[in-house]
Design a protein. Structure first.
Length: 338
């Protein structure tokens, strides 16, 4: 075979084989270049507010992958950075933490470009129920469920702190109830905060109560011993810090124990009941009477002091000369006290 023929054969082989190999090498080079150039750009804002309590990198940063279709950005977005466990809590994330979390998930720092702030302050989206809202809820509850028939007013004297709710995507409800108070003229309302049917907190409001009452007021000067009547005393409605006694009645028919000037509000110690007339006098002979079912015993005695009906006096038995304590009856007889 001539040298000319050999050269022609070599040229043909080069033309048939080299283009395919060249294409494969070129493709491999492109792939290597693509992998080499595959990077992650992460932008850090200064402040971020999130809805959930679980922090993911994609929630707090802006992430772009190069090339976009390689899935690196999607993988980085799902990396967990931490958890907000307390309503109102703030978490600070710096660049070192971002790079550390990326590296722990197989994304080396050599493929990451950070931009933006040095630190991110992350807050959870939340809602605050103010102290005033709790007071309004408790007051509305007392309106529907008054703690007493004569209660007419309630003024808050102890109010709660604001209540911070971290997640507002659930149904928030309130459950108020009246709780027992050790202090007189006070009412305590406990308000439970429910989220999604679960109790997540409680606040309490304490009120001072006011009561509808009556009072007797002197219309004119009333001397000692004068009988209280509608002519010299009027009854007024008033509001008091304490409830009216169950057995309160106008003081008509009672006696003034001391002089009362006009416009004086009558107090229990200022008036007293009328005394019955004296039934027995001192050194008066009386019948000592003991009566029981099927038994009646009488004797004669002598009183040692005067007395009204219902009072107790000393009586000397005429037969035995013994001194006994006896109660004076309406009919003038006396009954021994054993």
């Amino acid at each position: 075979m001539s040298s000319k023929t050999i050269n022609i054969i070599i040229i043909i082989i080069i033309c048939l084989v080299t283009p395919a190999q060249f294409c494969r090498v070129s493709a491999n080079n492109k792939t290597n270049d693509s992998q080499k150039d595959s990077t992650l750009q992460v932008y850090l804002p200064r402040e971020v507010t999130i809805k959930d309590s679980c922090l993911r990198l994609g929630q707090v940063c802006i992430i772009r992958g190069n090339p976009p279709e390689d899935g690196l950005a999607a993988k980085a977005s799902e990396i967990i950075l931490g958890q907000i466990s307390i309503p109102g809590q703030e978490i600070v994330i710096d660049r070192r933490m971002v790079l550390s979390r990326l590296a722990c998930n197989g994304i080396p720092t050599s493929k990451v470009t950070l931009k933006g702030a040095e630190k991110i302050t992350v807050r959870q989206q939340r809602h605050t129920i103010s102290s005033g809202e709790f007071v309004a809820l408790a007051s509305s509850f007392l309106e529907r469920n008054p703690p007493g028939a004569s209660v007419c007013q309630w003024n808050p004297i102890r109010t709660p702190k604001d209540f911070v709710i971290g997640e507002m995507d659930k149904d928030i409800r309130f459950s108020p109830r009246l709780v027992q108070s050790s202090a007189r003229s006070q009412a305590r309302v406990e308000i439970g905060v429910l989220s999604g049917g679960k109790r997540i907190g409680v606040r309490e409001v304490t009120f001072r109560l006011k009561y509808n009452c009556h009072r007797a007021v002197a219309l004119a000067d009333i001397p000692t011993g004068a009988v209280i009547s509608p002519e010299n005393v009027k009854i007024e409605k008033t509001v008091s810090d304490y409830p009216e006694p169950v057995n309160w009645r106008p003081p008509y028919g009672l006696l003034a124990k001391r002089p009362l000037s006009a416009n004086t509000v009558l107090r229990p110690h200022m008036v007293g009941p009328l005394k019955s007339p004296i039934i027995v006098k001192r050194n008066q002979n009386v019948v000592i009477r003991i009566q029981r079912p099927g038994l009646l015993v009488t004797a004669i005695g002598k009183t040692m002091q005067e007395a009204h009906a219902g009072e107790y006096i000393k009586v000397r038995n005429a037969d035995s000369q013994r001194i006994i304590l006896a109660r004076v009856n309406e009919d003038g007889t006396v009954e021994p006290i054993f």
